[in-house]
Design a protein around this ligand. Structure first.
Ligand code: AMP
Ligand code: MG
Length: 412
């Protein structure tokens, strides 16, 4: 049996980022880009008006005020999208809309609110300074500027920027294809009302959702019987995947064959059993070169070990730099005891108190109590050698929901 830290190290060194592919930026949210983005053009492309108003030579408005207005001749109307035909000369102005290109000769815009239109002339009530209300070419992005670095994950603003630069496609790390299978003679498919002795295969679904949450692609291989030949058959259908996840069949039971199969056809089992709870009987290896996580069958164990080991691996494969969940410090609102020897991940609910996060456990911590994961938004992490948490003391909580960390105003 190895520690969680050793297991993680062994696992992570086996994964590298996958290859790159060209993707449509509309599919890009959350994807990690595989190229530096250099601006192909200035944004904005030309000097333009930041206001609806009048393009003027600032010098022509010198001394203008509410009680001392002056008049300029309107020579043209420039709506957004149109380019001025005339140059602004002494004593002239052009009506201009926000975003329209500043006409030649003008060097300032007077806001509409500081003017009054009077037929073919405009009354100016304020003295403009040079460059007033002008947005300059390249003030947002300068041509050739580095706007995004290879390895950054795309957020909506980045996608808007790519669009502004005319980039409809971008190079990004591929999404891992993750084959998911569940093992167990007791399992039936979701559409079957389980007869006595049988249960619905829920793990394939929670794991598929976790895979999706990581941005990867689940491939459902269904249920395999607790029979070596059946397991081998199913594993063989997963050879096209980037990663295989199985659940169940890794304990010490008479029918727990996953690790044997891994050892025999895979001839590569890196380790079996990790000093953690839930999730001890985890097996990690490969089958014909495809990495395989043999997760425990208990629904909570499967999910928690996915969180600790599979999630960071999938994120690494997609080129992410931050591959771990956020952890926070929180005040534990109850006493908690455990035995030494295992690292514990205790299902918990974190709330934002006045100045601090406060955390309570979800109650029964049995590894079959899936409701403890349904209720939880975090996992209290208790080290191998720790044995008790005293009410009112600080603990480390791994957040399962990143929005809690991001949002300061979250109310419960
Ligand atoms: P195992 O690791 O195969 O001994 O399974 C441990 C426990 O988890 C047993 O109670 C199983 O019935 C349950 N279990 C195994 N696989 C699944 C699954 N796919 N969905 C729900 N429960 C499961
Ligand atoms: Mg089983």
């Amino acid at each position: 049996m190895i520690s969680v830290e050793e297991a993680l190290k062994t696992i992570l060194i086996t994964f590298r980022p996958l290859g790159l592919e060209k993707i449509n930026i509309l599919d890009g949210r959350g994807r990690v880009i595989g190229e530096d983005i250099l601006a192909s053009r200035n944004i904005p492309s030309a000097n333009n008006s930041a206001m609806d108003g009048y393009a003027v030579r600032h010098i022509d408005t010198k001394g203008a005020a509410r009680d001392k207005p002056l008049k300029l001749k309107i020579i043209e109307d420039i709506p957004a999208g149109k380019v001025a035909l005339k140059k602004i000369n002494k004593g002239e102005a052009a009506r201009i809309m926000t975003g329209a290109v500043i006409p030649e000769g003008a060097d300032a815009v007077v806001r509409q609110e500081d003017t009054l239109k009077d037929g073919k002339t405009v009354i100016i009530y304020t003295s403009a300074k040079k460059a007033d209300h002008i947005r300059f070419a390249g003030e947002d992005v300068r041509k050739s500027e580095l706007v995004m670095k290879k390895g950054s994950a795309l957020r909506p603003a980045d996608i808007g920027m790519l669009a502004a630069l005319g980039k409809a496609f971008v190079s990004a790390y591929q999404k891992p294809r993750v084959a998911i299978m569940s093992t167990g003679d007791e399992l039936v498919d979701i559409e079957i009302d389980p007869p006595p002795g049988k249960i619905v295969n829920s793990n394939s679904y929670s794991l598929a959702a976790q895979v999706l949450e990581c941005g990867a692609i689940p491939i459902m291989l269904g249920i395999s019987k607790d029979k070596k030949s059946d397991l081998e058959e199913t594993f063989k259908t997963a050879m096209h995947a980037d990663l295989i996840i199985s659940s169940g069949g890794v304990s010490v039971g008479d029918f727990d064959f996953v690790k044997n199969v891994m050892g025999e056809i895979g001839n590569a089992m890196h380790f079996w059993q990790v000093a953690m709870r839930p999730g001890k009987p985890l097996a990690f290896g490969a089958i014909e070169g495809v990495p395989l996580f043999g997760l425990p069958g208990n629904p909570v164990s499967a999910m928690v070990s996915f969180e600790q080991f599979v999630r960071p691996s999938l994120l690494k494969m997609q080129g992410y730099k931050n591959i771990f969940r956020q952890t926070i410090k929180a005040i534990c609102a109850e006493d908690f005891q455990k035995q030494a020897g295992f690292k514990h991940f205790i299902r918990a609910v974190v709330k934002k108190g006045k100045n601090k996060y406060v955390v309570t456990t979800t109650g029964d911590q049995g590894s079959g109590i899936l409701k403890s994961m349904v209720t939880a938004n975090g996992l209290i992490v208790m080290g191998e050698n720790e044995t008790r948490i005293e009410k009112g003391t600080e603990v480390t909580v791994q957040l399962l929901d990143d929005s809690l960390y991001q949002s300061d105003s979250l109310q419960f």
